[in-house]
Design a protein around this ligand. Structure first.
Ligand code: PGA
Length: 251
């Protein structure tokens, strides 16, 4: 059985002080959760402070991006060693905002994915089609390319997570229906089975992201191939994120 993973992507939000108050409240609200994994991905500047606050808690720490080299003349970049140093165990890679605003290609994202795995970080590879691509009937083609290119060079022993985030659902309030999301998730699992074998495919967690909220979490998360969520806006408030984490308890 795959353990659900509920991950908060704070994007470019929160000062150190704001991050600390959010994490203190969240810790209190989810301290009784031990049947699913909880992850927060604050901005780089708050990672160190948040790590200290998370010691001994049931919440893991991740980053929102990284460069693939260990060190060097790469002004403005952050390396996998630095992320390990501040206590990260996960890193989000290939988020649609990285792809579309910062021009990240599948090739670059793949280098980051390989580097993350080689440095003991669990990459969360984000994939998703734009509205235009969906309307043109290219959803599966786009997802297949992003999955195959993004995971190139990994093996069945590599640990990784995939997040399906339709671009038209991110930050728009427009969520994919559970059925539509499930269709893509099961397609991704079939692809993983072709690439890494059925056993590995069964063990990989595939998260859904895009306007996930307490009100729609249960419908999405009860689908057989949806193994958690990557939450943006609703992760910036402790109570809404905690409600998503505990969705079944909320009824
Ligand atoms: P959203 O963002 O929940 O605000 O739509 C999700 C994401 O981009 O990871």
């Amino acid at each position: 059985m795959r353990r659900l993973l509920i991950a908060g992507n704070w994007k470019m939000h929160k000062t150190v002080e704001g991050a600390l108050s959010l994490i203190r409240e969240l810790k209190r609200l989810v301290s009784d959760v031990n049947h699913r994994d909880i992850l927060v991905c604050p901005p780089f500047t708050a990672l160190y402070a948040v790590r200290a606050e998370l010691k001994g808690s049931n919440i893991s720490l991740g980053a929102q991006n990284m460069f693939y080299e260990e060190e060097g003349a790469f002004t403005g970049e952050i390396s996998p060693l630095m992320l390990r140093d501040v206590g990260c165990s996960y890193v989000i890679l290939g988020h649609s905002e990285r792809r579309h605003i910062f021009g990240e290609t599948d090739e670059l994202i793949n280098k980051k994915v390989l580097s993350a795995v080689n440095h003991g970080l669990i990459p969360i590879l984000c994939v998703g089609e734009t509205l235009q691509e969906r309307e043109d009937g290219k959803t599966k083609e786009v997802i297949e390319r992003q999955v195959r290119e993004g995971l190139k060079g990994l093996s069945e022993t590599s640990e990784f997570v995939i997040a399906y985030e339709p671009v038209w659902a991110i930050g728009t309030g427009r969520t994919a229906t559970p059925e539509l999301a499930e269709e893509v998730h099961s397609f991704i699992r079939e692809l993983l089975s072709e690439m890494f074998g059925a056993k590995k495919a069964e063990s990989v967690r595939i998260l859904y992201g895009g306007s996930v909220k307490p009100e729609n979490a249960a419908g999405l998360l009860s689908q057989p191939n949806i193994d958690g969520s990557l939450v943006g806006g609703a992760s910036l408030k402790a109570d809404s994120f905690a409600k998503i984490v505990k969705f079944d308890a909320e009824g």
